[in-house]
Design a protein around this ligand. Structure first.
Ligand code: FAD
Length: 392
């Protein structure tokens, strides 16, 4: 049994194997020892703590769900638990990891040739090379499926990419950025592995974010960016293949929301037991207990739902609407949990050093990335009604 921890009310960790619990604990200890003491400082400075990458690599947790790539205990459930444990302390670190291990490695895993997988995945698994994923553009976010503005055109044995990408996490320092572009000739989406140092590729850090400040998001500009045919993702035929990557990673984003809510709830619970007003701990007041119960109910519902979601994924039964439902539900409930956590802490709830303000801000990013609440709702709506309401 793991040491008792307040945010796992139904003891879901008891459903894990011994080895899975070991990995969970290892990640938890790393986050508490290495990240918790520096999380607020780096978030405040909007800088990334590069020194943690080699230590994180030692955890051996990248690509844990990928057949033949990750370490033992390969499962999507484990991937979800890891996303939760990372986000429970710092959603930025969880996002950095999710972009690298989920979106970037996942694109190569799903859409790469054997040679591409052999070249990149082992090094990325050891975090010797870091990846990014460039899909969103300044003018196209939710409608990216049919509206990619970035183009690619084949000329002999190379492709020429032109266009911009916005919000691309890790791209300011990544060794490889997966870029999705529309083929000028066929109109279909293609994926490319753009290597660091490509002269036609520029990534500028986006400033002034009010959430996930530690994550280095970039505005990418590609001007006649030349990529050899050997760096085109060989198994991407259309946007349907890009969507396979997003379906695979969306479940981990739902787990990230659980981690964000859990971190805020646990800090708030501790605070209410210590903080006294009117001569008593505020945790003894009925109205405060009501907030705490609302929080733990939401958290427990989210965790249970994500657990089943990952089981479906491990059984190869996951559909787009399964993943979208979890992303919608968890990102909405997380917003509620973090705002109650802030509320029960009074004024201290808005101070970074009390460890809840950061979760309140970061919950906003989870709400919007990897498909906004509306877009994921429309995916579920289409599945349950048979009507697509994306465009009226
Ligand atoms: P828009 O698409 O402009 O949407 C604006 C609003 O309109 C939203 O509320 C949306 O739900 C709503 N809306 C749009 N269409 C409809 C409709 N048909 N019906 C009802 N409502 C609708 N992208 C990457 O490619 N790589 C990354 O690494 C990455 N990291 C990110 C990190 C952060 C912190 C953030 C905030 C974003 C990141 N993104 C990344 C981009 C993210 O995926 C997009 O922000 C998201 O897809 C939404 O696109 P948008 O912001 O352009 O919003």
């Amino acid at each position: 049994k793991l040491p008792p921890i307040d945010g796992d009310f139904y003891d879901l960790s008891l459903k894990l194997t011994e080895r899975q619990r070991e990995i969970q604990l290892k990640v938890r200890h790393f986050m508490e020892k290495e990240i918790k003491p520096i999380a607020n400082e780096y978030w405040n400075k909007a800088e990334f703590p590069f020194e943690i990458i080699p230590k994180m690599a030692e955890l051996d947790i990248c690509g844990i769900a990928y057949d033949g790539i990750g370490p033992d205990e390969q499962s999507f459930l484990m991937e979800g638990i890891i996303a939760m444990e990372l986000a429970r302390i710092d959603v930025s670190i969880s996002t950095f990891f999710g972009v690298h291990s989920g979106l970037a490695m996942g694109s190569i895993y799903v859409c790469g040739s054997e040679e591409q997988k052999q070249e990149w995945l082992p090094k990325m698994q050891r975090m010797e090379k870091i990846g990014a994923f460039g899909l969103t553009e300044p003018d196209v976010g939710s409608a990216v499926a049919g509206g990619l503005g970035t183009t690619c055109k084949q000329g002999g044995d190379e492709w020429i990419l032109n266009g911009q990408k916005k919000w691309i996490g890790n791209a300011t320092f990544a060794d490889v950025v997966v870029i999705w572009a529309r083929d000028e000739d066929s109109g279909r989406a293609k994926g490319f592995l753009v290597r660091k140092g490509n002269p036609g590729f520029k990534a500028e850090k986006m400033e002034n974010k009010m959430a996930l400040r530690t994550v280095q998001n970039a505005l990418i500009t590609m001007k006649d960016c030349r990529v050899p045919e050997s760096d085109r993702l060989q198994k991407c035929e259309s946007f349907k293949d890009t969507a396979k990557v997003l379906k695979m990673t969306r479940a981990a984003v739902a787990w990230q929301a659980v981690g964000c809510a859990r971190g805020a709830y646990e800090s708030a619970l501790k605070y209410t037991k210590k903080r006294e007003q009117f001569g008593r701990p505020i945790a003894s007041f009925q109205l405060i207990q009501n907030h705490l119960v609302e929080m733990v109910s939401n958290l427990t519902a989210m965790q249970t739902l994500c657990f089943r979601l990952s089981e479906l994924q491990d059984e190869d039964l996951l559909t787009d609407e399964h993943a979208s439902l979890a992303k919608v539900f968890c990102s909405m409930r997380t917003r509620d949990v973090v705002s109650r956590a802030r509320e029960v802490m009074g004024g201290n709830g808005i101070l970074l050093e009390h460890d809840v303000a950061r979760f309140v801000a970061d919950a906003e990013a989870i709400y919007s990335y990897e498909g906004t609440k509306e877009i994921n709702s429309l995916i579920v709506g289409r599945a349950i009604t048979g009507y697509s309401a994306f465009v009226s």
